[in-house]
Ligand binder design. Structure first.
Ligand code: GLY
Length: 571
């Protein structure tokens, strides 16, 4: 039941024969669908980057599934209808909390192949080769998403066969693509041609893609069927694994059959902390998101943020400096906790954060070269997000990624899925920026089987032990600052979910030393910030936040970011 429905696009059925994709198999019409930016629901909601995938998840809950069932079905569907980031060849994090039970997280982040080495992206002269870490076969880590979906299944109610059904149909029979998907496929054509050994379904030779064209992915459908029929072995062993390793051998990659067979999802304790009466549940390392969120909200707690009007130069300056301090620590201390000791307790201690804030000077811009990672007390992008709540009050927040748009741009021939370019999230050389401009050091250096540091920040907020917010976004290193600002917008500035998601965002990550702003950011604030000494960089758009807010009257406010084709569904 929709209240505030916005329907900017309609993709009409062009070829009636394909109407087979509508009906009990998928419950969605793949050729005639609408984008709903916000709605109020009474029972359950899904918000994600594509309307068809949101509908798939919502239908699963209508048919007896819980929020985890919906998350799994939505993830499979996104792998088909949102190939730029929805994936089976990438990885992700799930943060979930069943009503009145302890929260849990699943880490199905990609791992470095066993043949990976610290210097694998260095040229003979010692310089870094980011072309290799960002494109093609050598840029891929071992995919984690299929493993993650099976790890989640123990919390689900429905069989995997049911959860895969819609994705298989959408891949096999095709669906109408949106204008933005057509634009993205067209602009990525050169990349697809350069990084593939056979021409993938994403390339058309006759003419450019246009909105309403049908994208059919038969090879992907067959891979999903192998997963359906053989479980994890349908991906990590047998035909799919053989096709993936063949692809590596043809294209100079290093993922082996053993790498695939030994991939494991890890269930980790969530990071849980309080901010102004809200319990925040979020992702621990190998995500940097949870720790940075706790640090930044901790530093902000030392000041009265809401004293300053929303996005006035005073509030933007305070948030910017807090972001600067936290990202300096990210570069030094954070990495895969199974390989490096992450000094979590020290990084979030009140004394440490107060000490960091001692450098804050409200009369002028900080300078990143003067801000080093904190001295600890002794001892011790393209991505996509799914927010879900079900009728029992179970909340699930999933962020998943191929890293860059369409990942490595390499499709496994015969298996039809895109591989990630997640190896670029490692620090490929100290001080060399990754594709998001982030630098790192030893803690995030490449080692065989290690997980690369992430910024993905799937988050759930509780109020009085009940779900209050489910939130997350894509955006590389901007993910953490966008989640931070979405939370602040609601908690400190009392905004509605629609405003909290759609108001302009800004971002500072220590280096490069500048504030990135969206193109609709307030020009007066920009002028004031320049006077304080800040460098401002127009970044176009930042993130695509998916938010669910549970209101006092228990109604569910579901909001999909205005910045893409993101869409809500529910009942
Ligand atoms: N690949 C983006 C991230 O994990 O942060």
């Amino acid at each position: 039941m929709f209240k505030n429905k916005i329907t900017p696009f309609l993709y009409f059925l062009l070829i009636p024969a394909f109407n087979a994709c509508k009906g009990p198999e998928t419950g969605v019409n793949a050729y005639n669908y609408q984008i709903n930016k916000s709605a109020e629901f009474t029972s359950a909601a899904v918000v994600c980057a594509h309307p068809l995938a949101s509908e798939v998840g919502s239908n699963i809950m209508k048919n007896g599934g819980n929020a985890i069932d919906a998350a799994i079905a939505t993830q499979w569907a996104l792998a088909v209808v949102y190939p730029g980031a929805g994936n089976i060849g990438g990885g992700g994090f799930m943060v979930a909390r069943f009503n009145n039970q302890p929260a849990f997280t699943l880490d199905y982040r990609e791992t470095a192949p066993s043949k990976a080495s610290e210097n694998m992206y260095l040229n003979e002269d010692g310089s870094a080769n980011t072309r290799l870490s960002q494109n093609g076969h050598l840029s891929s880590g071992i995919p984690g998403t299929p493993s993650g979906m099976y790890a989640a299944l123990k919390y689900a109610k429905l069989p995997m066969k049911t959860l895969l059904e819609s994705a298989i149909k959408l891949a096999e029979l095709g669906f109408a693509i949106t204008q933005s998907e057509a634009d993205n496929l067209n602009s990525s054509k050169e990349g697809f041609l350069r990084n593939n050994t056979t021409s993938p379904a994403f390339v058309r030779d006759d003419r450019p893609w246009k909105a309403g064209d049908t994208l059919v992915q038969k090879d992907l459908a067959n891979t999903l069927k192998r997963i359906r029929d053989n479980g994890l072995k349908g991906f990590y062993e047998g035909e799919t694994a053989r096709l993936l390793v063949n692809e590596m051998e043809k294209g100079g990659g290093i993922i082996s059959l053993d790498d695939l067979k030994s991939y494991k999802t890890i269930e980790r304790e969530p990071i849980v902390f309080n901010y102004k009466g809200y319990e925040i549940i979020t992702m621990p390392p190998p995500s940097s998101g949870g720790i940075l969120l706790q640090q930044m909200l901790g530093m902000l707690s030392t000041r009265e943020l809401s004293r300053y009007p929303f996005q006035s130069e005073k509030s933007v300056q305070l948030i910017t400096e807090v972001e600067r301090y936290a990202y300096a620590d990210r570069a030094e201390y954070l990495g895969d906790p199974d390989f490096v000791k992450v000094p979590y307790k020290q990084l979030v201690s009140a004394a440490y954060l107060a000490n960091r804030m001692a450098a804050f000077d409200s009369t002028k811009a900080g300078v990143s070269n003067n801000v080093k990672p904190g001295v600890l007390p002794k001892e011790s992008e393209q991505t996509t997000h799914i927010s879900i709540i079900d009728k029992e009050g179970n909340a699930v927040s999933v962020t998943t990624t191929l890293n860059g748009h369409y990942g490595s741009k390499t499709v496994v021939s015969g298996a039809g899925f895109l591989l990630n370019n997640e190896m670029d999230d490692f620090s490929i050389q100290p001080g060399v920026p990754n594709m998001y401009g982030a630098i790192g050091g030893a803690a995030n250096a490449i080692q065989p089987n290690k997980r690369m540091l992430s910024s993905m920040t799937p988050t759930i907020l509780l109020k009085d032990k009940k779900p209050f917010m489910v939130v997350g976004t894509p955006g590389g290193t901007t993910i953490i600052t966008s989640v931070l600002q979405s939370i602040i917008n609601v908690v400190d500035y009392g905004m509605s979910a629609t405003d909290a998601v759609n108001k302009p965002k800004f971002h500072h990550q220590w280096l490069p030393d500048r504030i990135d702003v969206e193109d609709d950011f307030d020009v007066n604030t920009i002028e004031q910030l320049k006077k304080l000494g800040y460098t401002i960089y127009n970044r176009g758009k930042i993130g695509r936040t998916e938010m669910i807010l549970i209101k006092e009257n228990k109604k569910i406010d579901a909001v999909a970011d205005k910045r893409g084709n993101d869409s809500v569904a529910g009942f």
